[in-house]
Design a binder for this molecule. Structure first.
Ligand code: CA
Length: 226
């Protein structure tokens, strides 16, 4: 899985635990401890899903939901609300305000994961699918194997992540900054030259004699999977 998840939650211990476990599952995660800052940050981060606490020091979860739904670019963002016990009535209001699902604290990580997968499967199938396919290219996220037709392609770990990223959004052109942010999430010291080197390696591995080129360079913009 390589979806992006944003968390707005004012309890640092919950953020820490959830973030750590989601990253182990392969998600790219970012978070905020308050509503106003969270709203700004999440719009920059462009997540595939938002985990949103019901009660925050500055804004309520509902205020945040309403704000997000008003914004055209985020009106379809899947939201899972995290509520405390005894907020049953509020839960229903929460669902009315455009929340996709909710979870009562304390929850187990397995429970949370099941909800996240269910919501993503509905809203963004490629972010949870184990197998990605484009043209004659097939990538298996679980087995970590790549095939072009029947020929297996061996990739290094960075090239694998790069290809996985491109396959999640074929035909979309990504700038080096976007590639950096999505493929090297915790490493801001990567130079754009390094990205070019890995793209070159990926291209060399994926391009097989007599088959069409799959990685496209778009001058002064970036790269895309044709
Ligand atoms: Ca709270």
């Amino acid at each position: 899985m390589n979806g992006k998840i944003f968390i707005i939650e004012d309890e640092p211990s919950i953020i820490q635990l959830v973030q750590h476990n989601l990253e182990k599952e392969g998600f790219i995660v970012s978070s905020s401890l308050n509503g106003n800052e969270g709203l700004k940050e999440l719009k920059k981060f462009e997540p595939n899903l938002l985990l949103l606490d019901w009660m925050l020091p500055d804004l309520s979860g509902i205020d945040i939901c309403k704000n997000i739904r008003k914004d055209n670019s985020f009106k379809d963002l899947p939201i899972i609300m995290l509520t405390a016990k005894g907020e049953e009535e509020d839960k229903i209001k929460g669902l009315d305000s455009g929340v996709d699902d909710y979870l009562t604290k304390p929850f187990s990580f397995n429970e949370l994961m099941a909800r996240i997968k269910a919501v993503l499967r509905r809203t963004n199938p490629t972010s949870v699918s184990d197998k990605l396919k484009f043209d004659d290219l097939n990538l298996d996220r679980i087995e970590k194997r790549v095939f072009r037709d029947k020929k297996e392609i061996k990739l290094g770990p960075t090239e694998f992540r790069l290809l996985e990223f491109f396959l999640s959004n074929p035909k979309r052109v990504y700038s080096r900054d976007q590639i950096l942010e999505n493929v090297w999430p915790n490493n801001i010291n990567v130079e754009s030259r390094t990205i070019d080197v890995h793209i070159r390696r990926l291209r060399k591995s994926v391009n097989i004699k007599d088959k069409k080129e799959l990685i496209r360079t778009v001058r002064s913009s970036g790269y895309s999977l044709i």
